[in-house]
Design a protein around this ligand. Structure first.
Ligand SMILES: [Zn+2]
Length: 424
């Protein structure tokens, strides 16, 4: 009986093979054949395996069955804190129509943001509705039109887990999520049900599947209702590591973790922050998005080794600074609180091995320009380099250009200092 099988196998060996599909059909044929000789099956199983291995190796020598390697890439864009301090609210108000519109905040950076396949920022205010009255610090409540302006300028993902998540209570949190959903903006880090909290957010672009997780150090002492502990995701190391591992198990190509943490106005992360971020990278995270200090921190690129021995790169953006706010030295907060960075990261995925690399990490310094137009206080986020190159803006004064020149130079050095320290 074994001889019959061997003959069959040899006959099959002589058959021309041209693709992986035909190899599978061929394997199936062999096992189907063995099944029709049940008492021979046990005896031949091992020999079958050996023959199969040999034939597969012969096949790969003579016929190219592996698909051609190829890559796909997508742009990930991230900014820091999106604040709505009280003087910003009237800047978008139109008394004639009694409506708000904040598109001017982001008009100058929108072309950069729109290059992103995922565009992320930290929304540090609830959208709790006009009836509650609009407020700045300490209990924020911003008009819904802020979200319209964010959508309009290219944002796709907003973290809502920060120390202001509960400024307008659970109702504020609920309404914020509803507003963002209505405007087709993905919110991460706050939830209205346990089911939603357990369901990791994935957004796939150009065949790259990105998982988004988000956590905050706290909620300014406003308690999270016990029966809704999932409403605001808090930084708890073990749980975050579990979530990262779940995201990896659910086929994430890139795991992005937003962390609202750090000391306000301090320009570098603490040792504890560094260690925590490194542990998350080690656990499987690929990008860490830090916010809260209101100033930009240097970023870091770390190499870790996965369980299977493969090296993997991780990017830690410790703090992205203020993207928009009323803060700045002229408003009584420290230097650099009016500066942010837009990070534009190229993510490349190689097939067939599915490895992820970051070939370029671009950092674009931005400055919040506060000015008066027709007697009304206005705000706009300016990409510093572009405005310095043209120097033809009718609202910018000479001393403001000088300040932007200083910021451009200092931010470039500041943000890259950890990269320069690391020998290449
Ligand atoms: Zn904060």
């Amino acid at each position: 009986m074994f001889r019959i099988i061997l003959v069959c196998l040899l006959m099959l060996l002589l058959m021309p093979l041209s693709s992986g599909d035909s190899l599978q059909a061929w394997q199936k044929q062999i096992y189907d054949h063995t099944e029709s000789f049940p008492h021979a099956a046990l005896y031949t199983l091992q020999q079958d395996e050996l023959l199969m291995q040999e034939m597969v190796s012969m096949q790969s020598q003579h016929y190219k069955t592996e698909p051609e390697p190829y890559t796909t890439s997508a742009q990930f864009i991230a900014v820091g804190d999106i604040m709505m301090h009280s003087p910003q609210v009237p800047s978008g108000y139109d008394a004639a129509t009694d409506t708000y519109q904040f598109d001017a905040f982001f008009r100058e950076v929108a072309p950069i943001l729109k290059e992103g396949d995922w565009v992320y920022g930290n929304l540090e205010t609830p959208l709790a509705g006009r009836e509650r009255g609009f407020h700045g610090y300490p209990l924020f409540n911003a008009p819904d039109e802020l979200a319209d302006a964010l959508k309009q300028s290219g944002f796709t993902v907003l973290s809502t887990a920060n120390n202001h998540s509960l400024d307008q209570g659970i109702e504020g949190l609920r309404r914020t999520l509803e507003q963002l959903q209505d405007k087709e903006l993905t919110a991460i880090g706050t939830h209205l049900s346990l089911e939603d909290a357990n369901d990791i957010t994935f957004i796939k672009q150009h065949d790259i599947n990105m998982a988004f997780l988000s956590y905050t150090y706290g909620t300014n002492g406003i308690p999270i209702p016990e029966e809704m502990a999932y409403a605001v995701q808090l930084i708890e190391e073990e749980r975050i590591i579990q979530h990262i591992q779940t995201a990896v198990a659910q086929q994430a190509d890139v795991v992005t973790v937003a962390l609202h943490f750090g000391a306000e106005y301090v320009r570098e992360p603490s040792e504890a922050q560094k260690e925590l971020a490194h542990r998350f990278i080690q656990a499987g995270a690929d990008i860490i998005l830090g916010s809260h200090p209101h100033v930009v921190h240097p970023y870091e690129v770390v190499t870790t080794t996965d369980e299977d021995g493969h090296p993997r790169e991780g990017i830690i953006l410790y703090s992205l600074g203020n993207f928009i706010s009323n803060q700045g030295p002229a408003q009584g907060t420290p230097m650099y609180t009016d500066v942010g960075i837009i990070f534009n990261i190229t993510i490349e995925k190689s097939f067939p091995d599915h490895t992820i690399t970051f070939p370029t990490i671009e950092s674009i310094p931005t400055w919040v320009h506060k000015f008066y137009d027709n007697g009304k206080r206005q705000y706009r986020v300016l990409p510093i380099e572009t405005f310095l190159a043209n120097k033809d803006d009718s609202f910018l004064r000479e001393d403001e250009y000088t300040l932007m020149e200083r910021y451009m130079k200092e931010m470039d050095e500041h943000v890259h200092q950890y990269i320069l320290e690391t020998p290449q």
